[in-house]
Design a protein around this ligand. Structure first.
Ligand code: SF4
Ligand code: SF4
Length: 262
């Protein structure tokens, strides 16, 4: 998922644009000649919910997951880092979760892997302030799945891949990420304390839990009681507080679940 502010840039994106009711032909299965070929040498962006699902799947802490499995990169067009899944250090740069039998984390695979070969974007119109979802069919040349007979709409495909909940959460993240087109960090820059705290709230859920439940957090912030109760036992609910906290802490934006105490 990417955000697109510039209509001219959107026109140049590769792949075939898909309208809601367009159908595309695709089928992927273990007997296909290209099986697993797409799980290597990827720039696979991980969004906050991807990390929660993967680290729980692997039974490791979010600290360990970040240490072992991600590269954090700062791009010139945004003031919040991107997180990429680190490919294995082998000749083909395979995904670390790829085995001969396929994806070892399949039930919790990242949203991008679920959407593939569809890619979503969010188009912002600065004049009207409106945002629309746009979709592209982008199988790589070597992907034989596009020659299969089965056809899908975007909605059918998302349902089949259990991708709707991922897409909803990614959209929420993209809303926040878009705020970082402006630099909020000032002289302390993107490696300062505030930036590191915001990164923790988005990507290091176990550290964020410590911060919420074992610091002066509750003295400084008012969390909706039901949300806080759920967050004690549910990483996804805790992440919702984390994202609301970034908006409040960095941008001063209160939300229905989180406010500053007076
Ligand atoms: S390249 Fe396409 S058809 Fe082949 S395994 Fe990947 S998604 Fe499936
Ligand atoms: S997470 Fe699974 S589906 Fe995604 S690239 Fe890795 S092996 Fe392939």
């Amino acid at each position: 998922m990417r955000y697109i502010d510039d209509p001219e840039r959107m026109e140049k994106l590769p792949g075939k644009p898909l309208a809601e009711d367009d159908r595309f032909a695709f089928r992927c299965h273990p007997d296909i000649g290209c099986f697993n070929k797409c799980c290597r040498n990827l720039n696979l962006f991980l969004y906050p919910y991807d990390v929660v699902r993967l680290k729980n799947r692997l039974g490791i802490s979010s600290d360990d997951f970040l240490d072992r499995h991600v590269d954090v990169v700062m791009r010139s067009d945004n003031h919040f880092p991107d997180v990429l899944l680190r490919m294995a250090d082998n000749a083909e740069a395979t995904c670390p979760f790829l085995s001969d039998a396929g994806c070892e984390v399949y039930p919790d695979r990242p949203g991008t892997c679920r959407d593939f070969p569809v890619e979503h974007g969010v188009r912002f119109d600065a004049d009207s302030g409106r945002s629309d979802l746009v979709h592209f069919f982008r199988p790589p040349d070597f992907c034989l799945g596009k020659a299969e007979e089965q056809t899908w709409t975007i909605e059918d495909w998302a349902e089949d891949q259990e991708a709707e909940s991922y897409n909803r959460r990614t959209l929420r993240w993209i809303e926040i990420k878009r705020l970082f087109l402006r630099d909020p960090w000032g002289p302390e820059g993107p490696n300062g304390r505030r930036a590191r705290m915001a990164f923790m709230a988005a990507y290091n859920i176990d550290r964020f839990r410590e911060f919420v439940f074992n610091s002066s957090f509750s003295k400084r912030f008012k969390v909706k009681p039901a949300a806080l109760k759920r967050a004690r036992i549910d990483d996804d609910a805790l992440l919702a507080i984390g994202l609301a906290w970034i908006e409040l802490f960095v941008w001063g934006k209160p939300s229905s679940i989180l406010k500053q105490k007076r």
